[in-house]
Design a protein around this ligand. Sequence first.
Ligand SMILES: Nc1ncnc2c1ncn2[C@@H]1O[C@H](COP(=O)(O)OP(=O)(O)OP(=O)(O)O)[C@@H](O)[C@H]1O
Ligand SMILES: [Mg+2]
Length: 437
Amino acid sequence: MSAPPVQIWPHLGFEDTPYSTLPLLPVARDARLLAGREAALDEIKYRLVNDRTMIPLQGDFGVGKSSVANVAAWYASTWRKQGPQIYIPVAKPFVLDIGTLAEFPREVYRRVARALISGAEALADDYRGLARVDDMKDWISAPIIRAGGGGGTAFGFGGQFSVTKAINATDAMEEDGLRAIVTEWLDSAFGDDKPGAVICVLDNMETLGSGRTVAQLIEAHRDSLFTANGLRWILCGAERIFDGISTRRKLHGFFSDPIEIGPLSDDEAREVVSRRIHSLALPNMTQLVPVTPDKFESVYLRTGKNLRFALNICHNFALHVGRDVAKVGEPSRAELDSKLADYLAERARRAADVWGRKLPPAQATVLDTLMSQFGGSCSSNDWREFSQYQSAFSNAVTKLKEKGLVERVDHPEAGGRSLITATELGRWAYFSQRQEP
Ligand SMILES: Nc1ncnc2c1ncn2[C@@H]1O[C@H](COP(=O)(O)OP(=O)(O)OP(=O)(O)O)[C@@H](O)[C@H]1O
Ligand SMILES: [Mg+2]
């Protein structure tokens, strides 16, 4: 027999970890956790209402693109209380890679159908009722029956399923039926300029590898999905994947300029954690906060302003001290802060074992500027900001790359520029260079 380990978050007075690295979702509770981002939210909302183009968000990995997209979609869903516009977010972002491209349209129809079902009542209240919604509800929630066949009718379109049919034929029929009903629903809900839409977030588009693949995907589904009546798309991508796409002829007028999502300010970063501490505190319990908002701000700054990176460090530190707290008892605030300092120093030391200990001045300056002024990611065109000649800058980047401290991705779509991004090791190297006195 083995006893289950102690559940550390309730033990520390929280429902869950205050340092989760998961993106915020389009729900009220997560919307309250969003710190800063006023300008980006305003811009997304403005485009949702006034423009029919796809809305691209661009920024470094883990900076907060998905979160701001999802929270904007949630805000749009609250507008139905203030007028006729009905926006319904799809519950979770779509994520694509080359392997799942073929599945993409079906997945869209399926999830849009679910979103429409969840908004069916609101739509009906506004005289935009959806036909056969109860049948669809049953169908969507009973995939087993669907796969097993048994002669059921595919949403009344007359397609008899049977177990003997090849899986692919069944899938194709399903897709046709699903597409037909979703199109019909979108039309009754949002046709004739009825205000609102289903909002889809397509995430992590850099996984498609190049701007050209992204453009091909969008071109292939431009009319059927990306500009379909009643669907609005927010697209998120790192590595400047959208550069140069809006100039492609077939996408002219359908693809607006990317909204740049940069690092949060120091104050906003502190707020990320203070909001979570508040929101996740268990009532009637004292909280033992592993990393305070102030300390989080310091970790965020000293590792080059990347939210996910800083949150991840703090989450792991919390797990690490949680064990002792459960065994030995509660440490004081000062003890916790000093354990955090030790933990960070140890992580930095382990990283230094890999890359070395000291950087020559030119490389140290480039790394320092990359982190402190660009949040860890810049274009090769930004070399003037580094107070070095272009060739010296290039050399330093090459050396940093050899040490594994930065990565360089070439961007043929964006006029031959390349994108320079700090690696995890690079963030620790930066940290080591500027240890707190
Ligand atoms: N403005 C914000 N306020 C509070 N928390 C945030 C904010 N932005 C992001 N976060 C948190 O930071 C982490 C990273 O955010 P998110 O996943 O949205 O980044 P991303 O840019 O989409 O990353 P990726 O490039 O990996 O897709 C998540 O834990 C998220 O909850
Ligand atoms: Mg994301």
